[in-house]
Ligand binder design. Structure first.
Ligand code: FAD
Length: 821
């Protein structure tokens, strides 16, 4: 019997065990089917390149922690990491621009770095042909990790603390009791466990199948080649004493990476068709020719890579390969790890899709999460429960995993749209959107109109700001036209993709008041805006809650955050405080469709459609009730993400299109315009509404986000209350602040560094053009003492710094008079 059983002694399993031991939790058993600590998994053969720069804040934070820890690890006098630096080569103008953007990310996340000229790159990498490159992005403390050694060092340290490790023990099944996992079954017997953690790497989907839960990752073969020794590298390695005298190299324009192994040159190759692998077909350790996670090399997939390598490093001509293999590792559908307790099986935890680069940071987060109930950092992008069911089907995982493999080094715009498996979730109004020339953005499988080409004429008739280059990607001036039309007359928005939940039962109010920060125990018909917090007081999500009956609530939350939000509420509901409680949680997302109608002419538009009293007195702001549009009954909520008078209507999905058509018809003669989410994002930022997942995240509290008004300290205890109360007493360290770019023609997109006296003090959480206010608006958590209107900063966009000034927010309609209509 053990408190925790960890399956897998690769880098993910050993890193978690190490950090559990650090927290004093040693009633833990780690088992691996292979021998310790060269188990035959991916960690046993990974070359260990550790580049920290990542567009994800949490991934960069994990990487920084990991390299620091690896450098402190040692086995038999050999260190777990060597700081050599890393250089990302830029061979095209687009890649050089990308290097500048990544330099911005580095400043935002606190990673040192600089852009080098070709000759400066050559000083670090004497074998590169400088004529083939335009420059390079250099990070001095990127490093080469020694993954197998680091795993062994962490494993040994955990063992020394009392954690048991058993090699050559294979998990063959699981037992369940009371709806939880209760024991791990192995070929050497069973181990009862309170919690099981799956760190099985490429075998994760197989372990998931044994446990009866989907684990969405696709194992892929990936080529790695070592050349025969080269005299120049032998010289650089000073007779085999220095493993690598050159930094790590990435040549992303060719989907390749390189490192020195003493006299040999190592080449990692993503430049081949995706080679998916079914881990269930892999040979066991004793039968595998090399190791279970290595397949035979396929030379036909190396041809292009060889040519590209020669082009950059002419010295490689005629150098034979000394070693070559197709290693296997995992690709989740969105490239991010899978972490946390699986919503489908309480007690069954997952730590999968983990690169060496982020492993120790992830292991630390896992340990804190399992022991203290919170990972200590916002892991939303890596939450194992972030997927809708269809996103865990093998076909979806294969298609999206393959796309991740192909694009692993591509220049990816933050708004880039996936091309594989589209059109899986459409709203009842989809054919109307297609007819209006919708340009779709995909979120969680939903196809959402970003703007409508039908409004191109409207855009031409207005003087709208223009964008070029990177900022113009997935942008159209039509977004501006739709935003202005909403403010001038009215906009109709399809908001069906929001996650809709019904929480009901005699204890529904008690549960929600515990899991949410605001007081939702209000009269029927009251709408409440609230945040859902973690125990650190950080914002997991924000949502709108309507009491629809004494014992029932309708919750509206984000399109993408829905599955994670539901898992969180269900986890709290399953806790001891709610044992035997009368609560049920139903996901109504596919049952209801939603339509937003906002703008000054909404009352005129609705006058011909409903007899209901929609006057300000008859239907006040933040109230909800059902109203009839002829034969169609819809739940109306007097709320607005646009900052204009209007409603969201929720109606049975099969009636959604009829209601949409009725509203469009009623809008004729009132300048009603169908609008996309591009316009809505501009409207919300002008009005200062926070964007969940960007402005709001788990490492900042509602007090810092300026949402203190939505926290009810009076109502009693709730998740995060103690942390918020402490912060309230101590004062907030940062404040989410509104900045405008001094030059209205400058555009920033989000995640750029905000600088004061040349030093990054914050990053842009979200940004957009405010078409009505005529400014580029950016939000950032500024140090509290600098978060005052008039304070001057700079925002660095693609290598150029632009002046920005803090302004009072919201910029648009601060008195809220427009919402009154
Ligand atoms: P593993 O190391 O595979 O560990 C999983 C363990 O689970 C295995 O030891 C396995 O034996 C055990 N197991 C599975 N099933 C069972 C069972 N039923 N019972 C008991 N035990 C079981 N990442 C980087 O960050 N930088 C790089 O430069 C890099 N280069 C790479 C190059 C190549 C060629 C490849 C293939 C991968 C590379 N990676 C790199 C990725 C990295 O190697 C992996 O992501 C990482 O090692 C995964 O670690 P893990 O602990 O999740 O999996």
């Amino acid at each position: 019997r053990a408190r925790i059983v960890i399956i897998g002694a690769g880098i993910a399993g050993t890193a978690t065990a190490y950090h559990l031991a650090e927290l004093g939790v040693t009633d833990v058993v780690v088992i691996d089917q292979g021998p310790l600590y060269r188990t035959g998994g991916s960690t046993s053969h990974a070359p260990g390149g550790m580049f920290q720069t990542n567009s994800s804040r949490v991934m960069s934070a994990w990487a920084r922690y990991t390299i620091g820890l690896f450098a402190s690890l040692e086995v038999d006098g050999v260190s777990g990491a060597a700081f050599l630096g890393g250089i990302e080569l830029a061979e095209t103008p687009e890649r050089l621009q990308e290097a500048k953007r990544r330099r911005g990310l580095q400043q935002s996340w606190g990673i040192p770095g600089e852009i080098l000229s070709p000759s400066e790159v050559q000083k670090f990498i004497p074998i590169v042909d400088p004529k083939k490159i335009l420059g390079g992005l250099y990070v001095p403390d990127d490093c080469i990790g020694r993954p197998a050694l680091a795993a062994e060092a962490m494993g040994r340290a955990a063992e020394a603390a009392g954690i048991e490790f058993h090699g050559r023990v294979t998990v063959t099944g699981f037992e369940r009791a009371n709806g939880r996992v209760s024991a791990v079954v192995t070929d050497h017997g069973r181990i009862e466990a309170e919690m099981v953690l799956c760190c099985a790497g490429i075998w994760g989907p197989k372990i998931g199948r044994l446990a009866g839960v989907p684990i969405a990752l696709q194992p892929m073969a990936h080529q790695y080649v070592k050349t025969a020794p080269l005299p120049i590298l032998e010289e650089l390695s000073q007779g085999g004493t220095i493993e690598s005298a050159m930094p790590l190299i990435r040549a992303q324009d060719h989907s390749l990476y390189f490192r020195q192994h003493f006299g040999q040159f190592g080449i990692g190759n993503y430049r081949h068709v995706p080679l998916p692998v079914n881990a269930e077909d892999l040979l066991p350790f004793d039968k595998a020719p090399r190791m279970p996670s290595c397949l035979e090399f396929t030379p036909e997939h190396f041809v292009e890579c060889h040519e590209a390598s020669l082009n950059l490093f002419p010295i490689l001509a005629n150098v034979p390969q000394a070693d070559a293999f197709n290693g296997i590792f995992s690709f989740p559908p969105d490239g991010m790890p899978l972490m946390g307790e699986h919503a489908d099986l309480p007690g069954f935890w997952v730590c999968e899709g983990v690169w060496i680069t982020h492993s120790a940071g992830i292991g630390r987060s896992m340990a804190h999460w399992m022991v203290e109930g919170d990972p200590g950092i916002d892991i939303r992008e890596a939450d194992v429960n972030r997927f809708a069911k269809f996103q865990t089907t093998p076909k979806y995982v294969l298609e999206r995993g393959s796309q991740q493999y192909r694009e692993v080094y591509d220049v990816i715009h933050p708004l880039a749209q996936p091309t594989a498996v589209r059109g899986l979730r459409t709203t009842p109004m989809h054919d109307r959107h297609v007819a209006n020339g919708a340009h779709f953005w995909e979120v969680a499988g939903w196809e959402r109109p970003a703007w409508f080409e039908a409004n191109a004429g409207l855009a031409k008739s207005l003087e709208l700001p223009s964008r070029t280059g990177w900022a113009a990607y997935e942008w159209s001036p039509i977004q501006g036209a739709e935003a202005i039309a909403t403010r001038k007359a009215a906009g109709l928005y399809d908001v069906s993709t929001f996650t809709k939940l019904e929480v009901s039962g005699a204890d529904a109010a008690r549960l929600l008041n515990h899991v949410l920060a605001n007081d939702v125990d209000k009269p029927v018909g009251q709408v409440v805006y609230t945040c859902m917090l973690n125990t650190r007081g950080g914002v997991i999500s924000d949502m709108v809650v309507t009491r629809t009956a004494d014992d029932a609530f309708l919750i509206l939350t984000g399109t993408g955050s829905g599955p994670s939000d539901i898992a969180h509420i269900e986890r709290v509901a399953a806790g001891p405080a709610f044992a035997g409680a009368d609560v049920s949680i139903r996901n109504l997302t596919h049952e209801l469709c939603g339509i937003g109608l906002w703008g000054p002419k909404v009352r005129d538009i609705l006058a011909g459609l409903t007899d209901d009293d929609i006057s300000d007195a008859g239907f006040p702001y933040y109230r909800s009730r059902e109203i009839d549009f002829g034969p169609i009954r819809a739940r109306a909520l007097r709320i607005s993400y646009a900052g204009e008078y209007g409603f969201e209507f929720y109606v049975a999905a099969p009636q959604g299109r009829a209601l949409w058509d009725a509203l469009v018809a009623a809008g004729e003669g009132h300048d009603l315009v169908v609008c996309g989410i591009g316009a809505l994002d501009s409207l919300r930022i002008e009005k200062g509404y926070r964007l969940a997942g960007a402005d709001l995240h788990g490492d900042r509290t509602p007090l810092e986000a300026g949402l203190g008004w939505s926290v009810s300290f009076k109502k009693g205890d709730f998740v995060g209350r103690a942390a918020l109360a402490a912060q309230k007493a101590a004062g907030v360290p940062t404040r989410l602040s509104c900045l405008t770019l001094d030059d209205p023609d400058v555009v920033v997109l989000g995640k750029e560094p905000v600088l004061r006296d040349g030093k990054a003090v914050a990053y842009v959480t979200s940004a957009n053009t405010g078409y009505t206010v005529g400014k580029t608006i950016a939000y950032a958590y500024l140090p509290a003492d600098l978060a005052r209107p008039g304070e001057a900063f700079e925002i660095e966009y693609l290598g150029t710094r632009h002046a920005a000034t803090v302004v009072a927010d919201p910029l648009y309609d601060p008195s809220g008079s427009r919402l009154k209509g």
